[in-house]
Design a protein around this ligand. Structure first.
Ligand SMILES: [Zn+2]
Length: 293
């Protein structure tokens, strides 16, 4: 039964990918391209062409350490919204490339410049892509994550299940092309700056999404449309997100995060690892063996 469902989902995903590819071929202006010279080349895969192995029995690395013995969820440090955001940006996660030139957004250099200025004004930051796609892991058909995040997602999902909450993964790694498609989908070309600026309340322009890193997930609770008011959210966010921290996850856009890009998104979490969470407030004095390792 589950194999059938899996095959169906894989086919549906393949069909959607093909439909997009065909759409791009027969209708090159569909995404608002004023010029397509060389612009449709894929510089980063949407979900492939690499074939990431499924996550099983990953070797433990410092990026996926469990909390040390004696540290329960109550011992995790408290973070303000801006601190959560700083934690993700400074976590020095593995397998990320250095930033390339900003990807095109609307294929108009002038418009893109305005959009990037507005994005930065809102608090968005450029985010890197994975360095080596072969190191990523397939979680669900078409959804991939960086290896430590993949293991940590499965652990979080299992923990939630043991508490009676069925968590589902709705989005994971996204490349520039997919983010552009997602960003422009609700607005129509020719793009008006006001519409694009409005769109940025909900979605990052390509180049600025945490999903580019492979360390961000959008999750939901089965049967609940609004994750922010679901019982699972209550569980995961209690005690300054203790049940997320326990598995190395933090809220991506916390409710009190200040200028951080989009409006708060209760469904998005980013992986930083338990160690980074425990050590964020610790000066590297050499006193704490965990935080100086
Ligand atoms: Zn998201």
């Amino acid at each position: 039964m589950s194999a059938l469902v899996s095959t169906d989902r894989r086919l549906a995903w393949a069909a959607a990918t093909l439909a997009f590819a065909v759409g791009a071929l027969v209708s090159p202006n569909a995404a608002g391209a004023s010029s397509i010279d060389g612009q449709w080349h894929i510089t980063d895969p949407v979900v492939g062409p690499w074939d990431p192995p499924r996550t099983t029995h990953e070797p433990e690395s410092r990026w996926q350490k469990l909390p040390p013995a004696g540290v329960d969820s109550l011992s995790f440090p408290h973070f303000t919204g801006p601190e959560f955001n700083e934690l993700f940006t400074t976590a020095e996660l593995p397998n990320l490339s250095s930033l390339s030139a900003a990807p095109t957004i609307t294929y108009s250099d002038e418009m893109d410049e305005h959009i990037r200025a507005e994005a930065i004004e809102r608090g968005y930051q450029r985010r890197p892509l994975p360095a080596d796609y072969a190191l990523m892991r397939l979680i669900d058909d078409g959804l991939t994550l960086q290896r430590p995040a993949a293991a940590a997602w499965l652990a979080l999902q299992q923990d939630a299940a043991e508490h009676g909450f069925e968590l589902e993964l709705n989005s994971a790694y996204r490349g520039h092309r997919y983010q552009r498609q997602l960003f422009l989908r609700p607005i129509k070309a020719p793009y008006e700056f006001d519409d694009v600026a409005d769109r940025m309340k909900m979605s990052a322009p390509p180049g600025y999404s945490k999903h580019h890193t492979g360390y961000a997930i959008d999750i939901g609770q089965s049967g609940y449309h609004d994750f922010g008011s679901s019982p699972a959210y209550e569980w995961i966010s209690a005690g300054n997100f203790a049940n997320a921290k326990k598995h190395g996850w933090i809220p991506s856009y916390p409710p009190d995060g200040g200028r951080q890009g989009p409006e708060p998104e209760p469904w998005e979490f980013t992986y930083v690892g338990v160690e980074a969470i425990l050590c964020f407030h610790q000066p590297p004095t050499g006193d704490d063996p965990l935080c100086t390792a």
